[in-house]
Design a protein around this ligand. Sequence first.
Ligand code: NAI
Length: 549
Amino acid sequence: MTTTLKYGIEVLRDPVLNKSTAFTEAEKQALGLVGLLPEVTETEDLQLQRVMLQLSRKNTDLERYIYLVNLLDHNEALFYRTVMSDPARFLPIVYDPTIGEACLQFGHIYRQPRGMYLSIMRRGHVKGVLKNWPRKDVRFICVTDGGRILGLGDLGANGAPIPIGKLQLYTACAGVPPQYLLPMYLDAGTNNEHYLQDPLYLGMRKTRPPAEELYSFVDEFVEAVQEVFPKCCIHFEDWTGSDAVHLLQRYRNKYCVYNDDVQGTAGIVLAGMINAVKIKGTKLTDEKYLFLGAGSAAIGLADLICSAMVRQGMKLKDAQARVYLFDINGLLEDSRKDLFDFQKPYAHRHAPTRDFAAAIESVKPTTIIGVSTVGGLFRQRVVESMSGINERPVIFALSNPTDHAECTPEQAYTWSKGKAIYAAGVQFPPVHLNGQTFLPGQANNFYVFPAIGMAVFATQASRITDEMFIEAAQAVADQVPSELLKQGLLFPLQQNILESEIQTAARVAKLVFDSGLARVERPADLVAFIRQQVYRPDYADLAPATRAA
Ligand code: NAI
């Protein structure tokens, strides 16, 4: 039984309390709702049926997204019931790829505020601003400055839907209760001329400050969070590559923080690699990796793959020698003068080249990983070169949204004559080729970060470590049945995502306890411990609390 001080129309206006047509007669009487609702008491299933009917009448996924956001504004449980009823169908609507479209149009489709908007103009007052948030126990803040939204570049305030959507996945995929989640947009301006000129743009109309000014603002924010929400973990999302890596290095050993583009991407791609080598019958340490892209996703992944190889007994230097990166200026090699420190371990002795296919011919990778933000760069010649030198080339085309994928699964399977082991950053349908069906997996971080989130929530972990992402990767990989692996599927089925993430969270929680990072007592049964804390989208029985006189 949940008691509330709210009464009458106030109950219907609160998305956490509102059950719309599902209030019982007793609740209607007690809460002053008689006459404010139709004369029915519907089940949650019947309400879900109506939502599905209304969704089926929408013509585009963006319209479905807007409808679902509106549903969340009115009835939180029904929103999560809808999304959790069919994750494979709804995750691409509440998150990628539809959210990319929602970001591009944010100022135009905006209806209601959600989460917080903290501008650099509030410097010196950040703590006070955070105190305006109505809840005191916040466990996760997902924060972006809109610097690099998906593969769409600097969108400034139009990036605000990203932390909102990302945190919804904590709940929808891993059952983290939504009341502990706070989406946050840090507004430091934008260099996007298009938005600066748009009268409906919702951010500060200023270009971005120098990096040091931004970092000192982020310092104030991170320190204020420690005081205002002491149990909170900060999840950085969609910052530009260099900001992402610098900020992670700045805080990771001091506070409970992580960057999903760096570590979450790395975790899920490592899971895909673990299964790719299972299919090939090799080991991670046998592979040679060439990345297209050398930004935050590439660096996070290269570092985590190296850590995983070190775990398998290889020296770090030898592991790094098996990883090559290629960016907008060509192959990273030791004569390049434009590299960040964090890229240098992967700049090996090699002649300069700006031709990716030529780099394949000379480096002879077994695996290519596209994190370049640019669609179509794995051309036919690239895939054919990879198949020429490998029995089973591993081809991961991870940039998103959909039209930014470096190649489609159809292209990878066709050009490699069915030899490629393929994964993308977005969901593609199965491919039928020469009587065979291939299941292209989606290397989506949502298999990893919500489970890490659930483990951190349940254990109140004080830090997030790379080992936690490696453990999550192994746990995700272990959950793909061998018959699906044979069809090329590298990740678990999305239909079972909640159960899969509970298992992953329990394995990560074990590591948290083993590493001494937990701030709660260790339970006997970790799966049961996680399961107990999972949010279920069910209505509570409501009763009025006695009002103070
Ligand atoms: P970033 O902006 O930090 O890095 C992009 C990199 O690509 C840079 O090194 C740049 O030099 C390089 N690049 C750009 N154009 C190129 C070209 N024509 N040829 C060669 N290199 C080129 O971006 P970040 O964070 O590394 O993300 C990259 C992509 O990965 C994005 O599209 C993002 O959506 C995707 N991504 C996918 C994830 C997943 O599938 N699980 C998770 C995170 C990111």
